[in-house]
Design a protein around this ligand. Structure first.
Ligand code: F6R
Length: 261
């Protein structure tokens, strides 16, 4: 794992967008795993502004609420159109989200896994982290080998996401269809972005704490190519922050990103 501490949120977002843009330019037919949530909004804005082509790119989103149709303004399908898909040259047929409206969620989950496999697997997966320690919607005690399935959302997550539902926690759906922790670990590269003081405690547990199903994000410790991009606030709880800064300063591969570090 590489922890990449940035001075502020803007630069953490810019660095994340730059990593994605670089991968897309190097491999235009990239299979890109996408996340939603507030943290990612500015990442998508920067990708749109970069002008990079998504024409040959295939995308798979981490999750979708159960019971929200794709045209519901709070669905993640709407979020993706609003923040990215409507503003780039991506082929809508190459964009995939789990089907939260399926009458058989188990079959929909299996179909999602099959679609990822048919695409050749995910090259780069973008991740946020929830205050409950989730990646995707893998709430505490999700099996570290879990695959796509439906999960009950914790009260912490429903509270965290209430802002997108007019501040009404009760309006946040109770379930979501999400890639599993195992599905996420099968991707070829992970980039997790976190910002803000509210994430400092859970980031420290995920990065430096024990590997545990209580904090699904701690599973990133098992991945052989994982970057954790943080602003100063989200990095504030890390004990070994000086070491992570030392590594970044000395890694030549970050030389063309010094403006952001
Ligand atoms: C969303 C997702 C979640 C979010 C996480 C952080 O697709 O998978 O894991 O990334 O809840 O959300 P924000 O950025 O709103 O704090």
């Amino acid at each position: 794992m590489e922890v990449i501490p940035c001075p502020d949120r803007d630069r953490a977002v810019a660095l994340t967008a730059r990593i994605i843009e670089t991968r897309l330019r190097a491999k235009p037919d990239l299979v890109l795993g996408l996340a939603t949530g507030r943290t990612m909004e500015e990442v998508y804005a920067r990708l749109v502004a970069s002008g990079v082509s998504f024409a040959r790119c295939t995308t798979f989103n981490l999750d979708e609420y159960v019971g929200l149709p794709p045209d519901d303004p709070n669905s993640y399908a709407s979020y993706m159109r609003h923040h990215l898909f409507d503003h780039v040259d991506i082929d809508p047929a190459r964009t995939h989200l789990p089907d939260g409206m399926a009458s058989d969620l188990t079959a929909a989950a299996a179909d999602y896994e099959a679609r990822i496999t048919a695409a050749g697997g995910i090259d780069l997966q973008l991740l946020g982290i929830g205050e409950a320690g989730h990646i995707g919607f893998n709430e505490p005690l999700s099996a570290l080998r879990s695959r796509t399935r439906d999960k009950i959302l914790t009260p912490t997550t429903r509270r965290q996401n209430a802002g997108m539902f007019g501040g009404n926690e009760e309006a946040v759906p109770k379930r979501a269809l999400t890639m599993g922790v195992g599905t996420i670990l099968d991707t070829r590269e992970l980039v997790l972005l976190a910002s803000g003081a509210a994430k400092a405690g859970i980031v420290a547990r995920a990065v430096e704490g024990p590997l545990t199903a209580r904090v699904s994000a701690s599973a990133i410790q098992l991945h052989t190519s994982c970057k954790v991009v943080l602003d100063a606030e989200a990095a504030a709880g890390l004990e070994d922050i000086d070491y992570y800064r030392f590594v970044c300063r000395n890694e030549e591969k970050w030389d063309n990103c010094r403006d952001l570090l």
